[in-house]
Design a protein around this ligand. Structure first.
Ligand code: MTE
Ligand code: MO
Length: 249
């Protein structure tokens, strides 16, 4: 009988998964992992379950370490990256184009006033703008300018339960993500209505992007159609595939 030499190659899929789960380098060696779980790397489900449990534990630790007063760096107009990179889980031509006139931002969950908001109404709230760096896990970062309403102002205005654990977002392209309430209330977290790129360019998230400079790019949902507040862990598009949920500083 022919025996095949086992190489690292054979573990590629499993390693990729492990890497994804631990992509913030939170620490355990593969050896330590297998010891902890009492399973071999072959037992994919067990490894998966363990890593998910660890990742959720890490979320809690990271959330506890989060400093709501700490600000992300800001930059000058001259430092803005041009052209600003586009990213999504699909190719650029497939980005949704939303009709701003008929757009309504839906609200659900632990919010007192769930009336939908038009773009005009959102524009009537106090506006601020920021030049910050967006960092993508795919290995690029870019400096851009976003304007809009501080998410805190909006959540207060609609009577969101600010003691709830999570704020979740649903998007026109079926993307979704969610954040912890302290990050939602952070001074730099914006319900953005102005984006990088030229006037009329919609691919950067028109009409609403949640811009969170203290979190990785994938926690910054574009083309947002619904905001919800909940105490039940909502996950998200990449989070459900194993990306670390907190992904912030
Ligand atoms: N709706 C939606 N939002 C999204 C994504 C997406 O695929 N769909 N991709 C995320 C990722 S991974 C990044 S890096 C940023 C990219 O935003 P940009 O195109 O403005 O650079 O959007 C985030 N928000
Ligand atoms: Mo990203």
């Amino acid at each position: 009988m022919k025996t095949r030499k086992i190489s690292l190659q054979d573990f590629r899929p499993q390693l990729a998964r492990v890497e994804r789960r631990l992509f913030l380098k939170q620490s355990l060696s593969l050896g330590a992992l297998t010891m902890l779980s009492g399973c071999t790397l072959k037992d994919e489900d067990a490894v998966d379950r363990l890593l998910f449990a660890m990742s959720r534990f890490n979320d809690r630790v990271q959330a506890a370490l989060f400093d709501p007063e700490k600000l992300a760096p800001t930059y000058s107009e001259a430092e803005i990256t041009q052209p600003f990179p586009f990213n999504a889980f699909y190719e650029e031509p497939l980005a949704p184009v939303i009709d701003g006139d008929h757009y309504r931002l839906q609200l659900s969950g632990l919010i007192e006033n769930k009336s939908p908001w038009s773009l005009r109404e959102l524009r009537e709230l106090p506006q601020v703008s920021q030049i910050t760096r967006q960092v993508c896990v795919e290995g690029w970062s870019a400096i851009g300018k976003w304007g809009g309403v501080p998410l805190r102002t909006f959540l207060e205005r609609v009577g969101a339960d600010l003691t709830a654990r999570y704020v979740g977002f649903r998007c026109a392209d079926n993307y979704s993500t969610s954040i912890d309430m302290p990050s939602a209330l952070h001074a730099q977290t914006l319900l953005a209505l102005d984006f990088p790129g030229s006037q009329g360019e919609t691919k950067y998230g028109f009409p609403v992007k949640i811009r969170i400079p203290t979190k990785l790019g994938f926690k910054n949902p574009k083309f947002v159609t619904e905001i919800f507040v909940t105490n039940d862990y909502p996950g998200g598009y990449w989070e459900d595939k194993g990306y670390n949920w907190f992904s912030g500083s």
